[in-house]
Design a protein around this ligand. Sequence first.
Ligand SMILES: [Zn+2]
Length: 166
Amino acid sequence: MSGKKQDSDYYVAERLIRKARQYRDAGSTACLERNRGLNQDGYTRISFGSDKRKRFAHRVIYERLVGSIPPGHCVLHSCDNRRCVNPLHLFTGTHQNNMDDMNSKGRGNYASGEQIPNSKLTAQQVSEIRRLTNDGYKQQELADQFGVNQTTISNLLRKRTWREVP
Ligand SMILES: [Zn+2]
């Protein structure tokens, strides 16, 4: 392919990075979805760099806007939305760590969770609430369903609380 193709790849990548930076700087809680270049697992990929190799967009964004990815670590989505490249929704961890956290750790293992007096929620419920929000549930509905008040829901969705939980 000619240099033209490479140039357009470059602009696509730079445009995405610019948009993701706006989300980061604005503290936007919304997902920034990219629906192009999806692989079979639903992750979005983008050609980036001179070798034209397709890379996972969320990894590119993380490296450019958040920090370096430790060797052997994955870039994970706090929002569980694989198409999302909002830098504020990305964090690094090993895949196994993530699974262990989700499956076996109770709320006591999360520092931010512990700091909440009389917390009624578990880490798994927090993850579930964040997922349900993406499905369109309203805060008050979730509050009723999980037996907490709406402020609790609002705080955990804004990551004022339970920051470590995906
Ligand atoms: Zn997201």
